[in-house]
Design a protein around this ligand. Structure first.
Ligand code: 5GP
Ligand code: MG
Length: 492
């Protein structure tokens, strides 16, 4: 099974009536780390105008992009970059599942782009069948969300339709959308599992919604705030409207965003840039292992998500940080690879190790270990380069349980941390020792409290009931020795 990351969304509205396509383009480019499978843009002329394609967004001078500039001339639009965490991954389905998705019934038509994963998929499918929306054209969750939204719009207005989504859908959903009437809207599940924020241009004429704040930065927009969990924002020719649709009783923001997903220069949670938080992760790793300076001569990090933590570890411990591991920058392929052998080759091709570490005892800083493939490969390369001892330091605490909200690590069996102790893991990956940041310090460093984060993969305690039930059932089956299926919860 693949390990893939969440998607990125972006939407813009210009009160000055100017074309917004370039802003969406840059908003998505800045969030390309959130998805390489496919990308799409949807604007509004007389009707919706879309461009969707597989792969990574081409550079600005590419003829496709130049043509799009001409076609997408409206003052409102949305865009999406995707890593498939739900649905199927053959070419056929990847093409069908590209977002934004345009959906309609006899009365309404909407375009939608979303980041997240729905958990009560079966229930939603049968509910939609009952309401006469039983034929599905994609294998992606967004079609279910769109179905619920359209059913709501038939009966009432956008606010009630969004309320219907928030009350019946369990899972993570950060959504941007367009109506045929030219409104831009954005909403976020009541737990706020995935990020979503909005901002405003310097002349106050344009507003943008973005998964991460870097989408605002690149466009020189001012960060205003998060879209709050349970909140709906709407921009139309009448102005901007902000509504609490469902009260947020507790947040459950994805903790993995802090360790891995988000760009280091994004702002998440309560306002600190992610790289600062990652530096603190590194400091914590040093404090939690007071013997580190006796154990280790030099620190190295696995680029790029380990770098900020390595800086923190270096500052706190005083041990030199040697930038001996570098990335082959344009090898971006990992997420496409479903064949295990090919996947391992790609991991190998990404990383280059220089021999400056020969004869040294080294601390390797890495954001996370999921299945152990990356760490195993790197340890091997470091040994070959002559490292004397290798001690692994992970900023993300031990992953013991699957994720149901959009991170593709969906079975117990594939998680190295669900079955093994630190000592065993060290052996399995060929390292001399393994150190995880403690859960307590991890949480504190994020600036959020335990009740504001989703820690499902670290504790086995999930913020929504179906996810909990699924995890409990899966664990039982796993412990009974049954072969696990990937994404059991997805099968209709
Ligand atoms: P492992 O190789 O142990 O299965 O996964 C951990 C490694 O994969 C780390 O280097 C981490 O930076 C990276 N990683 C974690 N989550 C994801 C993901 O969702 N997508 C991709 N492409 N890499 C990931
Ligand atoms: Mg990595």
């Amino acid at each position: 099974m693949l390990l893939r990351e969440a998607c990125g969304v972006f939407g813009v509205f210009d009160f000055g009536g100017r074309p917004v396509f370039p802003f969406i383009y840059w908003g998505l480019i800045s969030q390309n780390h959130r998805g390489h499978h496919s990308y799409g843009f949807t604007g509004l002329d007389e009707d919706f105008v879309s461009h969707r394609s597989l792969g990574i967004i081409p550079p600005m001078r590419h003829p496709v992009i130049k043509r799009l500039f001409k076609r997408l001339r409206g003052n409102v639009g949305i865009g999406h970059v995707r890593y498939a965490t739900s649905g199927r991954d053959t070419q056929y389905w990847l093409l069908r599942d590209i977002q934004p998705l345009v959906m309609s019934d006899s009365e309404n038509k909407v375009a939608l782009a979303f980041n997240g994963n729905l958990v009560n998929v079966k229930q939603l499918r049968s509910e939609l069948r009952r309401r006469g929306r039983g034929s599905f054209h994609s294998s992606s969750d967004v079609e279910l969300l769109g179905g619920v939204l359209l059913c709501g719009l038939r009966r009432s207005d956008l606010s009630s339709a969004v309320e219907g989504c928030m009350r019946t859908i369990e899972g993570a959903f950060s959504v941007v959308g367009l109506t045929r009437g030219g409104e831009l809207f954005a909403f976020r599940d009541p737990l706020g599992i995935k990020p979503l924020c909005y901002g405003c241009s310097q002349d106050n004429q344009m507003f943008a919604v973005s998964s991460e704040s870097v989408g605002l930065d690149i466009n020189d927009f001012r960060y205003e705030s998060e879209v709050q969990p349970g909140e709906l924002l709407v921009w139309s020719k009448d102005g901007m409207r902000r509504e609490t649709i469902v009260e947020c009783r507790r947040r459950a923001f994805c903790s993995f965003e802090f360790a891995y997903f988000a760009r280091p220069d994004s702002i998440l949670g309560h306002g600190q840039p992610v790289y600062k938080i990652r530096e603190t992760f590194g400091r914590n790793l040093a404090r939690e292992d007071p013997d580190i300076w006796r154990r280790v001569d030099v620190i190295v990090s696995i680029p790029a998500t380990g770098d900020d933590a390595a800086y923190g570890l270096h500052e706190e411990s005083g041990i030199p940080w040697e930038r001996a591991i570098r990335r082959h920058r344009y090898v971006v392929d990992r997420a496409f690879i479903s064949d295990q052998r090919e996947r391992e080759t790609i991991i190998s091709k990404k990383i280059n190790v220089k021999e400056a570490i020969k004869g040294k005892r080294i601390a390797v800083v890495e954001d996370s270990i999921v299945r152990g493939d990356t760490s195993r490969k790197i340890v091997k390369k470091l040994r070959r380069a002559g490292a004397k001892e290798i001690h692994m330091y992970f900023t993300f605490p031990r992953i013991i349980s699957p994720c149901f909200y959009g991170i593709d690590m969906a079975t117990f069996g594939e998680l190295i941390g669900s079955q093994h102790t630190e000592e065993e893991i060290a052996k399995l990956i060929g390292a001399d020792s393994v150190h995880y940041q403690s859960l307590r310090n991890f949480v504190r460093a994020t600036g959020m409290s335990e009740d504001e984060l989703c820690l499902g993969c670290l504790t086995g305690k999930y913020p929504t009931p179906s996810a909990q039930k699924l995890a409990d059932e899966m664990r039982k089956r796993f412990e009974a020795g049954e072969i696990e299926m990937g994404r059991i919860y997805e099968v209709a």
